[in-house]
Design a protein. Structure first.
Length: 154
């Protein structure tokens, strides 16, 4: 069974998610998150306004980052609370990845959602909703120091 992932992940312009620069990180706040659905066979194209598209990328030999559809690495994701988002993740690399969403943006926090394991050349899709405003973090289960970022919930 899969949960929600995030390790350097999302941002919203209007209701569509785009990347921003990672901003000042504050003390972690615990946020309820509703995991709505998890399915495989995600595509790399946005199909609706509340879709976040990420891909694993090998930026140099054995160095990985999450990237969005504009090519931004480990983007800050800006989302609205109480809004359901579809997260689509593509993995064109030779390594497996898994997106974990953390209860806080930094430090000793706990996983509140995670994707399924994303096999090399595979993809996943799932839905989630943050119930409170604040900051969440995201990272890759297997590359947490390289693939990580902040989710700002407004």
């Amino acid at each position: 069974m899969a949960s929600l992932f995030v390790s350097g992940i999302f941002s919203v312009l209007s209701t569509e998610v785009l990347a921003n620069q990672i901003t000042d990180q504050t003390n972690p706040i615990i946020h309820p998150v509703t995991l709505v659905e998890n399915s495989s066979n995600a595509t790399s194209m946005a199909s609706s306004n509340n879709t976040i598209i990420l891909a694993a990328a090998e930026v140099s030999e054995e160095t990985y980052r999450w990237v969005n559809d504009t090519g931004a690495e480990n983007p800050t994701l800006n989302i609205k609370s109480n809004t359901e988002y579809t997260i689509k993740i593509d993995n064109p690399t030779d390594e497996k990845h898994e997106l974990i969403i953390d209860s806080g943006s930094t430090g000793n926090t706990s996983a509140i959602a995670e994707s399924e394991e994303i096999e090399p050349e595979g993809n996943v899709e799932f839905k989630f909703k943050a119930d409170q405003v604040g900051e969440l973090g995201y990272h890759c289960e297997y590359h947490p120091d390289q693939m990580n970022g902040t989710i700002t919930v407004s």
